[in-house]
Design a protein around this ligand. Sequence first.
Ligand SMILES: C[S@@+](CC[C@H](N)C(=O)[O-])C[C@H]1O[C@@H](n2cnc3c(N)ncnc32)[C@H](O)[C@@H]1O
Length: 258
Amino acid sequence: MNPVLKQIIATREVEDKNGNLINIDKTSISYQEGDLIQKYIRHIKAERSLEVGLAYGTSSLYICDALEKTERTAHYVIDPYQNNEGVVWESIGIMNLKKAGFMDFTRFFEEPSHLAITQLEREKVEVDFVFIDGEHTFDHVLVDFFLSDKILRDGGIIVFDDTDWPSIRRACSFIIRNRDYKVLDFLPSYHTKKGLSMKHKLYQNIVYVQETLVPENTYFLPKDAQHGGKIDQMTAGGMLVMQKIKSDTRAASYYNEF
Ligand SMILES: C[S@@+](CC[C@H](N)C(=O)[O-])C[C@H]1O[C@@H](n2cnc3c(N)ncnc32)[C@H](O)[C@@H]1O
């Protein structure tokens, strides 16, 4: 494992340009999430990746560390606020990528994701792996998905962070119910001592429903949302891994409730 990533995992801290240490617990993915990302990057031997939301660079380090290193290796990462001095990330994400030796194959876009991903599509870039962890509102996540899908190859993998946020859960619900994507894995928000949590079981149900094409009573249907308080206990875990089956061929009238 790359020593810069190893150090961040051990301390859960990053250093700013003046040597001050900053705790990353509130902003960066956890070790378990990083591990899940690496597992699927390696599973498909991904060489090229796209990431929305750089922040302190933690998830970038996990991604770059796991990419298959060939002459085609490339990491595209987007964050419009990376260099904002004194406000947010203060270029720490880029500094970490440089320290780790990953900037050699990384291209950074300091602009909103909808502009950067569109630019990549114009350049006919194709990626094997996508990680979405930028602006968390429903419409931003859906647009990030829509545009990423245009450059994600068939069989490629997309991972969403924070799928226990209602906005992100809903966007994932749309994808599962309307697009040719298969749920491969997820990280539950918690486990019970007795085994799988309620969330875990619900997720297994989604996979089952997807595989058997029975579109009833999935956790994501709107009627679940009408159960008031229950919806919060029935969140969908912290991270979701999906595989693109094939590019979009839907008829214009195609629509499934989500
Ligand atoms: C939760 S943080 C990402 C954390 C990072 N993935 C990690 O685990 O190390 C969300 C990031 O999205 C960025 N962001 C906000 N709006 C964005 C947009 N429109 N396009 C791309 N990134 C955006 C923020 O600046 C922030 O760095």
